[in-house]
Design a protein around this ligand. Structure first.
Ligand code: 5GP
Length: 260
């Protein structure tokens, strides 16, 4: 019987009380949502893959000095993390135009941006996570100037590192979303990276074919979500290699949609 106390249930994860004070267990679900939960579904095995990918990415980031909430992976779907107060912001890093920036500003998807863009969204489901300016963050006290400095400099370092990491396995990092939290030590807190980094919150395009390897497959009804997530994990080397695998091919999903 599961006697653990549930602290929070989100769209893709559940947080349980951890075994020691100051720790939580982060459980990865297969549930997928899009458009502020107006679209709901399941991507079979997503939780298992995202747990592995996020473990891999957070571990690599800690090696370059990024402080994170990740402690260790516990099992197929769970990891032990440090308890933080989540800062109510989504920090989005963009290298290439896609998604909401293309829609909002009429920039063609796939257009490389002149330089990396950082955007901030206020985390509030009821409001649909609106895009906000740094002035709003200061005005409403959602983060201090010092915390903004820490988050923006970490976001740029994370982007530089992840662009290289994904490029090495033939994947273009188009954009991604980060969340940060406050880790308290007495009256003082420091900002650390929290949440997850996985194909749920990143746009990842195959460099050779342009094929989408992320949650846009679900959002845009492209099909092949499981294959795409598995392919990202396989390329990063986080899945056991069972010998020669089938050639990665999402063309049958394209054919199903009536495109060549
Ligand atoms: P956009 O603003 O274009 O919809 O999203 C930009 C990037 O941030 C995409 O990689 C997208 O996956 C990620 N992102 C933005 N908001 C969310 C969110 O609420 N949940 C998740 N999982 N990813 C998000």
């Amino acid at each position: 019987m599961n006697r653990r106390r549930q602290i929070y249930e989100g769209k893709a994860k559940i947080l349980y009380e951890g075994p020691e004070p100051g720790t939580l267990i982060q459980y990865f679900k297969d549930d997928a949502t899009a458009f502020n939960a107006q679209k709901k579904g399941t991507i079979n095995g997503k939780g298992v893959i995202n747990n592995r990918i996020s473990e891999f990415v957070f571990t690599r980031l800690s090696h370059i000095g990024i402080p994170t909430h990740f402690i260790r992976r516990l099992n197929m779907r769970e990891q032990l993390v440090r308890q933080v107060d989540i800062i109510p912001l989504e920090v989005v890093v963009r290298n290439v135009a896609a998604g909401s920036i293309s829609k909002r500003l009429g920039i063609e998807e796939g257009e490389p941006l002149p330089h990396t863009l950082l955007e901030y969204y206020y985390k509030d489901d009821a409001l649909g996570d609106p895009l906000i300016a740094e002035e709003h963050i200061a005005c409403f006290g959602w983060a201090s100037n010092e915390e903004m400095q820490d988050m923006s400099s970490m976001a740029i370092r994370i982007n530089d590192f992840l662009c290289g990491m994904f490029a090495a396995v033939g994947i273009r990092l188009v954009d991604f979303k980060l969340e940060f939290g406050r880790l308290w030590d007495g009256d003082y807190s420091r900002v650390i990276l929290a949440d997850e980094i996985s194909p749920d919150g990143c746009r990842l395009w195959d460099m050779a074919t342009g094929e989408k390897l992320d949650k846009d497959r679900f959002r845009r009804d492209l099909g092949g979500e499981e294959d795409a997530y598995t392919e990202v994990a396989r390329r990063l080397g986080v899945l056991q290699d069972d010998g020669p695998s089938e050639v990665f091919d999402l063309s049958h999903h394209r054919k199903l949609r009536g495109k060549k």
